[in-house]
Design a protein around this ligand. Structure first.
Ligand code: NI
Length: 150
């Protein structure tokens, strides 16, 4: 495993729309492993492939320690409710703001074994899922901020 460099705000990569993964190659598996390591080293609860310079629809989320969710070609298939909570991003260090997100989301994705699965989350997990999926479409949390924290 290797720790990857995290692309910072201002780099065009963060505003690009990522391409789907067509085949789960050993490179994709290595990328997932490296993304998990990079997220943990940075004390983040999520990381998307464009944040490490790869324009593919891949993200990892770990809201509860040891419970990594690896997402390949993820899509939100259901959402409900609303929450307004604090959010930040490893690509925008030092900046925190209150965003509006759904309270509950269900995401359908493929895992590293090529199997489709659904994951549902509320609260922080819902926020993290929305945040990471946004990255795959070139969107950042600052696009959703209603006010910044001092
Ligand atoms: Ni982010």
């Amino acid at each position: 495993m290797a720790k990857l460099n995290i692309v910072k705000y201002g780099d065009d990569t963060l505003r690009k729309v990522c391409r789907p993964v067509e085949k789960i190659t050993p490179r994709v598996i290595t990328l997932l492993d490296d993304m998990v390591e990079t997220m943990r080293e940075a004390n983040g609860c999520g990381l998307a492939a464009p944040q490490v310079g790869i324009l593919r629809r891949i993200a990892v989320v770990e809201v509860e320690e040891g419970q990594v969710i690896e997402l390949i070609n993820p899509k939100i298939i259901a959402f409900a409710g609303e929450q307004q909570e604090q959010e930040g991003c490893l690509s925008i260090p030092g900046k925190w703001g209150i965003t509006v997100r759904p309270e509950h989301v269900t995401v359908r994705a493929t895992n590293r074994f090529g199997e489709q699965f659904d994951v549902s989350g509320s609260g922080l997990l819902a926020r993290a899922l929305c945040h990471e999926l946004d990255h795959l479409d070139g969107k950042l949390f600052i696009d959703h901020v209603i006010r910044y924290e001092e």
